[in-house]
Design a protein around this ligand. Sequence first.
Ligand code: DAH
Length: 344
Amino acid sequence: MLDKIQNILKEIETIEVKTKDQLENYRLRYTSRKGLLNELFEDFKTVANDQKRAVGQELNKLKTLAEQRLKDFTEAIENSESDAAGSATDLTLPQAPNFTGTVHPLTLVRQRVLEIFGRMGFSHEEGPEIETDWYNFTALNFAEHHPARDMQDTFFVEKKEVQKDDVLLRTHTSNVQIRLMERKKPPIRSIMIGRVYRNEAISARAHCQFHQIEGLYVDKNVSFKDLKDTLLHFAKEMYGKDVTVRLRPSYFPFTEPSAEIDVSCFICGGKGCNMCKGSGWVEIAGSGMVDPNVLASCGIDPEEYTGFAFGMGVERIANLKYRVKDLRMFFENDVRFLRQFEGA
Ligand code: DAH
C-alpha cells in the first residue's frame, strides 16, 4: 500500500493541469468521492494495526498535497481567464473623453484683473485673512463704536481689552492697504486680491465668504480724475470697449470724497434689461480718494501725498461675465458647474 501511495504522490507532483477539462479530470481521478484518495482511505481500513501509523502518515501527506494542488490549479485557471477577458477589449470603440480639469471661474477673473492692472503698472500684494481690528477698522478711520462698523457683520476670533487689538476675520481687503502703506513709502500702485468673511446667512445672493479686489494708488498729485480714468480703462478691458462708467456719491470711512462706480449695462447697451434691472447701469465698485486720516495713521504725510482706492467683489464680476445666478455655486465645486468653464 505504501508503494501505491508513493506512486500517486509522484503522479500528482508532476501532473500539469492547464485547462478546465484537465482540472475536472484531476478532480475526478484524485479528490472526488469516487477518486483514488477515497479508495485508499477505504483500503486503509484493512491495513494491519502495526503498520497503520506509518501508512496513515503517508496517506495524510498525499491528501494534503492533492487538495493543495487542486486549489492552485483552480486559481491559476481563473486568473488566466480574467486576463483573457481583459485582452478582449473592443479596440474599435471610440476613446473615452479625457477630462483634464478647468480653471475655477473666480481664478479666471483674478487672472484677468491682475493682467489688466498689471499693464497699468499695478503690483500684486497679499495680506492676512485673520486680522486685528486696527488693520480692518481703526486705521481705516472707523471711529470706535462708529455705526459704520456695523455695515460689515464681523466674525470675531478674540475680543481684547482694547478694541483695536480685537482679532477677527477680515471683512474686506482694505486691511492690506494699511499693511502696505505702513511698509512702503509712496509711490504705491498695487492690487490686492483675497478672501473676506462676513457673518451673513448663506443664500443664493449672500455668503459668509467671498473675494474682493482692492486697488490703491498713492503718490504726489494723484487726483480724482486719475481714479475715474483708471476704472474706465479697467471697465472697457473687462466688459467691452463700448462701456462707459458713472460715479455716484457715496460714503466710506476711509475715503473722502467717496463714489460708487457703475458701468453702463453691457448686455442691453444701457437701454434697460434684466441684468441692470431696467436702469441701464450696473454697480461694479466702491471707491474714493484716500482719507487724509488714513494716510496719517500709516505715517504718510497727507500734505505731500494723495491717493485713490477702490474695492470690487470678485464673485460680482464673475456673475456679470458668466451669469452665475446662485453665489453658492462658486464654493460647492460641483464638477458639472466647473466643467462649463472649459476653455473660458
Ligand atoms: N472695503 C469696502 C467694502 O468692503 C469696499 C471699498 C470701497 C474699498 C471703497 C475701497 C474703497 O478701497 O475706496 O465694502
